[in-house]
Design a binder for this molecule. Structure first.
Ligand code: F6P
Length: 491
């Protein structure tokens, strides 16, 4: 924080994201209840905003019972100890259908994740996407207290926003972070509006991705589709005389995570989870925790549990695989189908291997709050992150942060950005069911001393490269460019 104040004295920080950090739900009694969304982006940015202060502009995803701006649209949060302002923007059902469900999640999401779900590009979704980006740009301009704010634009919902802000506030410093993978140039070329998207993003001062590979892919796409100058050594693109710095900033979590402060001991967490699931004392626990998304490889890891029990029947009645899955985007066919496929597969595996008092798979489909998530992490012998493709995956880092006992084994997909940093996990290819089952068997037998050695190294990485460092690196890079621009303007 101190470094930031030195590098960036007297600045206004604004964040724009689709998902708001606090969902306001109305209870049947008419009270407002708050929920933290299951979102990597929110878990990363919320601690940063609590430290830096400023304004967070987001779609108000709770119950919108009005459509004109009123006092509920500008709130000080977190409610108990307000540190920053949340400015909520309301979208109509048509806008949400076209922008969020349509272009963002049926177009860009499958396009960028290359998880073999066909991206859908409809002209009317694109229109809604553009209109919603413009709506947020107008709110940024209206909320900005000065002509040169620092605006942190988040994710694939807002590819056009950097250019729109740049046009309206030429002196703004715009830092855009793309939270999902960026595919190779040829794959990205499928998108009918590829030039507009790249042009929109190049309105940024700094454009960040999780990995070097995603940066290179973006540069390849720019090279193919735009008339621009690319400096691969510096990692920058010059378009119409303006520079954008393209750099990897691997996202992370806060250290120590706030949710850990209220947790019981490891033994208490184990007892609580065993009791809740009705497990015998000697049953070992493997967990998977995420949004119910087809990119996460949930069916693949269940198939690996089946394979484990078939190849290593000694684990029957000795292991429970707990899959906590938060329903997400259920309105879309691919998500709805995943949920029913997962229920069917869990039932089939339980029928094939289960016994009177034991079932191998516990599929719990609901939102889990942070306290429950960390309790599961602390109760687990093994945590499985088997994403078919993932920008970073913060579940992997949260599991590591939750284990202050230095025990527990992480089984991690090589296709999650996190595998670049957490190399002491058991790295697997989730498409290879047998290899994943073998990794489970190795994890369940791993001696405590080896678990400790691996966990210590991973905890060092997450501690050092925490989310404040992620944010600070982007802000410091932007601050240098900002100073350079000020000097250039004077000469
Ligand atoms: O972390 C990647 C991400 O796409 C975030 O941008 C998003 O907040 C999160 O996954 C959850 O998705 P959604 O906001 O659609 O529930």
């Amino acid at each position: 924080t101190q470094l930031l104040h030195e590098e960036l004295p007297d600045v206004e920080i604004m964040v724009v994201s689709n998902r708001e950090p606090y969902i306001h739900n109305r209870t049947p009694e008419g009270e407002i209840s708050l929920q933290l969304p299951a979102s990597g982006l929110v878990s990363a940015l919320e601690p940063v905003m609590r430290t830096c202060g400023g304004t967070w502009i987001a779609h108000g995803s709770g119950s919108a019972d009005h459509d004109t701006v009123d006092e509920h649209d500008r709130l000080r949060v977190p409610p108990a100890h307000p540190e920053y302002t949340l400015r909520r923007v309301w979208l109509s059902d048509e806008e949400i259908d076209g922008h969020y469900y349509g272009f963002s999640n049926e177009g860009l999401w499958p396009l960028c994740h290359t998880a073999f779900v066909r991206p859908l590009f409809r002209a009317e979704d694109w229109e809604a996407y553009r209109a919603v980006n413009q709506k947020f740009a107008d709110v940024v301009v209206a909320e900005a207290g000065r002509e040169d704010p620092i605006v942190l634009v988040q994710d694939y919902h807002f590819a056009l926003l950097p250019r729109m802000i740049r046009n309206a506030l030429p002196k703004a410093t715009i830092i855009t972070f793309w939270h999902i993978p960026w595919p190779n140039g040829e794959t990205f070329g499928i998108c009918p509006w590829r030039e507009e998207i790249i042009d929109g993003l190049l309105g940024s001062t700094v454009l960040g991705f999780h990995t070097r590979q995603h940066c290179n892919n973006f540069l390849d796409a720019t090279d193919r589709f735009m008339e621009s100058r690319i400096d691969r050594e510096q990692g920058s693109v010059i378009l119409r005389g303006r520079d954008t710095l393209i750099r990897p900033y691997p996202i992370s979590i806060e250290w120590p995570p706030a949710a850990l402060a209220t947790q019981g001991s490891i033994a208490e967490c184990r007892r609580a989870v065993h009791a809740r699931l009705g497990l015998a004392d000697d049953v070992r626990i493997a967990v998977g925790i995420e949004r119910f998304d087809y990119t996460k490889g949930i069916l693949d890891r269940m198939a690996a549990v089946h394979d484990l029990l078939t190849q290593h029947p000694e684990w029957k009645e000795k292991i429970a695989f707990v899959q906590a899955a938060a329903p997400t985007r259920s309105k879309l066919g691919a998500y709805d189908k995943l949920q029913s496929d997962a229920v069917r597969l869990a039932d089939a595996i339980n029928a094939a291997h289960g016994t009177a008092g034991w079932k191998p798979i516990h599929l719990v489909i609901r939102h889990h709050d942070q306290r429950e998530v960390y309790e599961l992490f602390r109760a687990a012998d093994v945590c499985v992150v088997s994403s078919l493709h993932d920008g970073m995956n913060l579940v992997a880092k949260e599991f590591v942060a939750a284990r202050d006992d230095e025990q527990g084994v992480l089984v991690l997909s090589s296709f999650a950005g996190a595998s670049r940093e957490l190399s002491e996990a058991l790295i697997v290819n989730p498409y290879d069911t047998r290899a994943m089952a073998d990794a489970f068997a190795v994890a369940l037998r791993m001696p405590e001393s080896e678990q400790r050695d691996r966990m210590r190294l991973m905890r060092d990485v997450v501690r050092q490269r925490n989310v404040h460092r992620w944010a600070a690196q982007m802000l410091i890079d932007a601050a240098r460019i900002r100073r350079r621009e000020t000097i250039q303007a004077l000469t």
